[in-house]
Design a protein around this ligand. Structure first.
Ligand code: NAD
Ligand code: MG
Length: 457
């Protein structure tokens, strides 16, 4: 059939050996196995939902929130505000936004707040002094974020920190037996090989908040073991999806920050423009659901209504649909395995007539060279995905500071991955991951600082 041929061709184009094997391969969720270096790490847990034994969980569920002042963080608090009987906020961590963190503390009355920027702690204490005996404890630095994530009073930690800074707090939360509502994708991309076995060991559920992974997770509820054949990740195409490739050399930071469908933090918005966000999500899907890279495809879907799809072994395709609104995937990480009734005023129903057309196209590899870099990193496995992610974080930061051009982002990331090949560690420790992360950032600064041919102007 056409679908099978298209898929085999897509796999062949990616350089995957899988293309020739064609249809009928067993792969995907629930440990059906597979081949390739990138398949070494088993998924965190069966992937499909098995409701925890012992009946419904106690209410309210107690939540600690990392990155409370960011896009994910503030939306998580919107949900907690709307469902006071369901969720209680026990600890908050943020970077440096003292004003907003203080306001959140006054509203949600957590037991602990953490500020990454220690120099602003006195200001925070001052802002919270009016709370008297109800004022939360204040901690700073990574230690603070770790204490929030593993807070003794919380049942689950929502990880809305951006970047590799989320890794250690997430590990601490897992070691303390907390379920993880995972928004911070960089954690799993860098730390998958250590984080997943750890989650397994501690019986911790990793519940994905990224809209695509939430969609896949929702689609596989009730799917039998080995029932999944392929994951189809949808991508909006980002800020430049309708821009001809010849125009890309002169795009500005402001242009890259204009996302057509989603309002998100700056880093992920730039990653959407380069499609690196989707590449990161391919790796995230591989780790979360145990799918081979040959069995994960990307399709551009400009309307962002279908948040991703799962193809089953018998050729059925299951999709999850909704308005582009992160609150639903965040809510589901917190309510799973339950479905909370939502207000139609604040959570408008999907209206198919209003929605109109849903369209799809193949991603243009010339326009989005990050795709090949991401698949290659994923297949290399081990420390390579963390190196790619860290190099990308550094490169995006330098782009946002106008130190490098838009097209340089993927060039320096690719050059950094190439350089790392000789030092690749296939089963890294947490320290290996942190070290290679630091190395990748330094390497990007070095090659981006040279007036080498890598950098265009
Ligand atoms: P953001 O920049 O809006 O917010 C980041 C938050 O983390 C802020 O509160 C900031 O203060 C805090 N922070 C940063 N460094 C910190 C540190 N070292 N210690 C403590 N706090 C720190 O980012 P965002 O868009 O909310 O994204 C957060 C994560 O969620 C990212 O990993 C992103 O990839 C992922 N994600 C976001 C969306 C979205 O819609 N925003 C969608 C999918 C996935
Ligand atoms: Mg996403």
């Amino acid at each position: 059939g056409r679908g099978g041929r298209g898929r085999a061709m897509a796999a062949a184009r990616r350089g995957g050996a899988g293309g020739a094997r064609g249809r009928g391969r067993a792969a995907g969720a629930a440990g059906a196995g597979g081949s390739g270096a990138g398949r070494a790490v088993p998924p965190a847990w069966p992937g499909r939902a098995e409701a925890p034994a012992g009946g419904p969980a106690a209410k309210p569920k107690r939540i600690s929130l990392l990155g409370s002042t960011g896009s994910i963080g503030t939306q998580t608090l919107d949900i907690c505000r709307e469902y006071p009987g369901e969720f209680e906020v026990v600890a908050l961590a943020a970077g440096s936004n003292v004003e907003l963190l203080a306001e959140q503390a006054r509203e949600f009355r957590p037991q602990l707040v953490a500020l990454q920027d220690a120099s602003r702690a006195p200001e925070l204490a001052e802002a919270l002094s009016g709370m008297g005996r109800d004022a939360p404890e204040i901690m700073t630095g990574e230690e603070g974020a770790v204490a929030v994530a593993a807070h003794p009073a919380c049942d689950a930690a929502v990880t809305g920190i951006v970047g590799c800074a989320g890794l250690r707090p997430t590990v601490a939360a897992i070691e303390a037996g907390k379920d993880i509502c995972l928004a911070n994708k960089e954690t799993l991309i860098a730390g998958g090989p250590t984080v997943l076995p750890l989650a397994k060991k501690h019986g911790v559920h990793i519940l994905p908040a990224d809209s695509e992974h939430s969609a896949i997770f929702q689609c596989i509820q009730g799917l039998p073991e080995g029932g999944m054949r392929r994951i189809i990740l949808t991508a909006s195409g980002g800020a430049f999806r309708d821009l001809p490739v010849e125009k890309l050399p002169t795009v500005t930071v402001a242009d890259a920050l204009k996302h057509p469908n989603w309002s998100m933090g700056q880093k992920i918005t730039v990653d959407s423009a380069t499609l690196m966000n989707k590449g990161l999500e391919v790796i995230e899907a591989h780790y979360l659901f145990g799918a081979d890279y040959d069995d994960i495809d990307i399709v551009i879907h400009p309307q962002s209504i279908i948040h991703s799809m799962v193809e089953t072994q018998d050729s059925s395709v299951i999709a999850q649909l909704g308005w582009p609104d992160m609150r639903l995937p965040i809510l589901y990480t917190m309510s799973w395995p339950e479905r909370l009734p939502t207000s139609e005023e604040t959570w408008p129903r999907l209206d198919f007539v209003k929605m109109g057309d849903l369209t799809f196209r193949e991603p243009d590899r010339a326009k989005y060279p990050s795709m090949d870099v991401a698949y290659a990193s994923g297949r290399a496995g081990g420390t390579m995905t963390g190196v790619m992610s860290a190099a990308n974080e550094q490169a995006v930061e330098m782009f946002l500071q106008e130190k490098i051009g838009y097209l340089d982002i993927v060039k320096v990331v690719s050059a950094t991955c190439d350089k790392h090949r000789a030092d690749l560690v296939l089963t890294p420790s947490l320290d290996d991951i942190v070290q290679t992360d630091l190395w990748a950032r330094e390497h990007v600064k070095e090659i981006a600082g040279q007036s080498s041919p890598v950098i265009s102007t």
